[in-house]
Structures are given as structure tokens and as C-alpha cells.
Ligand binder design. Structure first.
Ligand code: FAD
Length: 410
């Protein structure tokens, strides 16, 4: 009988196995992975660079039915400790000014390699190309069923991840937890592109600008982010959009408001545009924005305001200037939804955290059952917060499992 079976050799499952084995070298761990190699999602993260964590830890960066659930694990294994952990594996972590951290090598593959080597060095048994299909609990043991084999163990850690990322995700963790009496909350894509009304967006396809993006519900601002905005054939993308996509995912009738010049108040913008009108009076309106806004964006804004771009700047009325300035500060676009789970970086929703202890990640329903990482109803903002949760929940569960096995052996 094995002490622990870990289902899923992704970020959380590998970190758990290393941390638990370091704490108790005698602990027998069997790590089962359905794919032919460990860490297949991890290798794609951060555009191949792996945004491993973020120094700007704040529980406000986390979401779910009860984001506070994540606090215990994250404060027990904060970003600095995560960086120490990776350094001990040979991966030096470089914190950038905005808090995002990457391996100094700039390669996600180096993170996977380091975890893989450590598993081997510590004697963690890893089974790849093996899918866990069923888990049953009988008395003090679990029976973990794969194609053709039953494995017996004292405790099980579900580290199967979520359904985001197309082929990199799967349902399995939710199915296994459900079969053990756990509630799975509604799942939606997060950190994903947004689909919008295309009337004006289509004309801006390919343009990248920087500004404020706000999500509005019935005209009320829910949240604002500053950053790059990319106009695409389906709608909007870019860091600021990805960061707000969770709100659109759960509230598909919302509106997006773009402020292309956050540095100016609307009042100052009107003043500047009136000066511009007298300076550039002989140019056509199509050139009025050149040198101040993206040229094509300026022309589309004029069209949005029903102003003929062929007329002369001198013909613009003060009222038209005020309308243009207002539109530049509040360019409204109806949101239709997201581009879906296959394009998302993380699953919002998942296993209800009310049914787990926040300190150990052990199930309140089934003793000896643990769940870590994305399969739980905790998702973080874009910027390294999701991997940070994977490492931190793995660490909390490593402490929990070691304590649980110690008590069983007493
Ligand atoms: C394209 C992309 C880029 C991302 N970039 C970042 C980033 O830079 N920074 C960041 O913080 N987050 C990023 N994320 C999110 C982050 O990768 C995930 O939140 C994180 O990997 C979750 O870790 P996990 O261990 O819970 O799940 P995973 O890493 O998905 O691992 C789960 C593992 O379990 C295996 N498995 C599932 N079911 C079974 C079963 N029944 N039997 C055996 N094995 C099973 C899977 O094959 C998988 O290997 C990104 C996500 C994507 C899709």
C-alpha cells in the first residue's frame, strides 16, 4: 500500500510531491500522469517563459466563491518562499518591476526540467501515459483505478488542473471529486480574449493602443484596468482585456468602455482639441488626430460620432469637439462574451472550497482526500497568480498529507 497517490503531474502535483518528499523522505508517493510527459501545460505558460509567480501578492488578486480560502496557503508559501523553493531546484527567479517573476533562463522548459529532476532525485515514482479513471474509498484506504490496474493508498491528492487551454485541460479532476461527494461550481473561462459587437471594432483590426479599459454593467463601472488593448477580428485582446475577462465571462451582457487618453481629463482634452482646431484648421478631419491618437482610430472615432472625415477641421463645431472628446474618453462597445474555454488560461469555478480545509487542503467529506491547484474554485489574475496558487496549495497539502500519514502511523 502506497502512502500517497497524486493524480496529475502538472505544476501543483509535481511541486506537492517534491515538497512532501523533502519533508518526509520515507513517504511513498506515486505520481500518476495521463499524458506521455509531465508538465505539458506548464511548458506553454507565459508564452514559453513561465510567469512563475508575482511578488505583488494580495488576496484581492484571487477570485471564486470564497477567495479568502486561498489566503492561508498563499501566506504560508508567499512568492519569496516560492522563489527560494525554485532556487533550491536550480531555477533562479527574476522578479520584474511590475512584480511578475520568470526563470532567469527565460525558459518554461527549465522549470519543468528542474521539477522533473527533483522528482527523480527524491525517488518519487512517476507513471506517465496512465489515466486515473475511478477512485473509491474503503475503510482507511483508497483504491485508485487506472486502465487495467488498481492501486491502494492511504491518501489521494487530486491535482488534475482545470478545463482551460483546450487540449491542455480536462474534466477528469472534477469527475473524480464529484464521485467522492464533492460539489463542482459553475466553470467559466478566465484570462481570455473578449468577443464584442464588431461594428467599429472590425475597422480597427490589428491596431494596438494603450489606455484604460472599464467593464460596465447597466452603466455602472465594475472595474478598470490600464494597459495594452488589441483590436481583433472577434473583438478585443491584450493584457488589460485579459485581466478583465473574468467579469465578462460571468456577465455576458456587459459593456466595455475604452479611454484612449487616461492622462487627460475630458475638460483638458476639449481644451487641447480646441487649440488643435485652430492650429490645424486647414487639414481634413481625417488628419485631425494624426500625432495624437492612432490615425485609423481617430478616423473611426469621427465616424462613430457621425462626423464626415472629409470636411475641414475648421468646420468642426465646439459641440462636435466636445462629442469627440467624450468618445475618446468613453468609447463604448457591447461585450458579447469570451472566445471560450479553449483559449482561456485558467478556469474560474471548480470544486467548492467550502468542502475543504484551507490550512491543509484536505476534504471535509472524505478523510485522506486532498485537492490542489486549478481544480479548486480559486483563480487568480493574469501575471503569475495562478501558478503561485498551484505552488502554495501544493505546499499546504504537503504539510497536510505528511501530518495525516504521521497520525495514521501512530
Ligand atoms: C497557455 C497558458 C498559459 C499560461 N500561462 C501562465 C503563466 O504564465 N503564469 C501563471 O501563473 N499561470 C499561467 N497559466 C495557468 C497555469 O498554467 C495553470 O493555472 C496551472 O498550470 C494549474 O496547475 P495544476 O497543477 O492545477 O494543473 P495542470 O498544470 O493543468 O496539471 C494537471 C495535470 O493533471 C493531469 N491529469 C488530469 N487528469 C488526470 C487523470 N485522470 N489521471 C492522470 N493525470 C491527469 C493533466 O494531464 C495535467 O498534466 C497558463 C495557462 C495556459 C493554458
Amino acid at each position: 500500500m502506497t502512502d500517497v497517490i497524486v493524480v496529475g503531474a502538472g505544476a501543483a502535483g509535481m511541486a506537492f510531491s517534491i515538497l512532501a518528499k523533502r519533508q518526509n523522505p520515507n513517504l511513498e508517493i506515486l505520481l500518476i500522469e495521463s499524458r506521455d510527459r509531465v508538465g505539458k501545460k506548464l511548458i506553454t505558460t507565459g508564452n514559453g517563459r513561465c510567469n512563475i509567480t508575482n511578488s505583488d501578492y494580495d488576496i484581492m488578486r484571487y477570485h471564486g466563491k470564497n477567495p479568502q480560502f486561498a489566503n492561508s496557503a498563499l501566506s504560508g508559501f508567499p512568492p519569496a518562499k516560492q522563489a527560494e523553493f525554485f532556487s533550491s531546484l536550480g531555477v533562479l527567479v527574476d522578479f520584474e518591476q511590475d512584480g511578475r517573476a520568470y526563470p532567469l533562463s527565460g525558459q518554461a522548459s527549465s522549470v519543468v526540467d528542474a521539477l522533473r529532476f527533483a522528482l527523480d532525485e527524491l525517488g518519487v515514482e512517476v507513471l506517465t501515459s496512465t489515466s486515473v479513471n475511478k477512485i473509491k474509498k474503503s475503510d482507511n484506504a483508497f483504491i485508485v483505478n487506472t486502465e487495467g490496474n488498481d492501486y491502494y493508498c492511504h491518501s489521494v491528492v487530486i491535482a488534475c488542473g482545470g478545463i482551460a487551454g483546450g487540449k491542455l485541460g480536462n474534466e477528469s479532476g472534477y469527475t473524480l471529486l464529484k464521485s467522492l461527494g464533492h460539489l463542482i461550481l459553475e466553470r467559466r473561462p478566465s484570462i481570455v480574449q473578449i468577443r464584442t459587437d464588431l461594428t467599429f471594432v472590425k475597422q480597427l483590426k490589428g491596431i494596438k493602443v494603450t489606455g484604460n479599459v472599464s467593464v460596465l454593467d447597466n452603466g455602472n463601472k465594475l472595474k478598470t484596468e490600464f494597459g495594452e488593448i488589441l483590436f481583433c477580428e472577434y473583438g478585443l485582446s491584450g493584457p488589460a482585456i485579459l485581466q478583465l475577462s473574468r467579469l465578462i465571462s460571468f456577465n455576458q451582457t456587459s459593456e466595455i468602455s475604452l479611454d484612449f487618453v487616461p492622462a487627460y481629463s475630458e475638460f483638458d482634452l476639449v481644451k487641447m482639441m480646441l487649440i488643435r482646431k485652430s492650429d490645424l484648421s486647414l487639414r481634413p478631419v481625417s488628419e485631425f488626430f494624426t500625432g495624437f491618437l492612432n490615425k485609423r482610430l481617430g478616423q473611426v472615432i469621427a465616424k462613430y460620432c457621425e462626423i464626415d472625415i472629409r470636411e475641414l477641421v475648421s468646420d468642426l463645431t465646439t459641440k462636435e469637439i466636445a462629442v469627440l472628446a467624450h468618445t475618446i474618453k468613453e468609447f463604448r462597445i457591447a461585450a458579447i462574451g469570451t472566445t471560450g474555454m479553449s483559449n482561456a488560461q485558467v478556469t474560474a469555478g471548480g470544486a467548492d472550497t467550502d468542502q475543504f480545509f484551507d490550512t491543509t487542503l484536505m476534504s471535509k467529506k472524505t478523510k485522506g482526500l486532498f485537492a490542489i491547484g486549478e481544480v479548486l474554485d480559486i483563480d487568480g489574475d493574469c501575471g503569475g497568480f495562478n501558478l503561485s496558487w498551484s505552488w502554495a496549495s501544493a505546499n499546504a497539502a504537503a504539510n497536510g498529507v505528511c501530518k495525516y500519514i504521521k497520525e495514521l502511523n501512530k
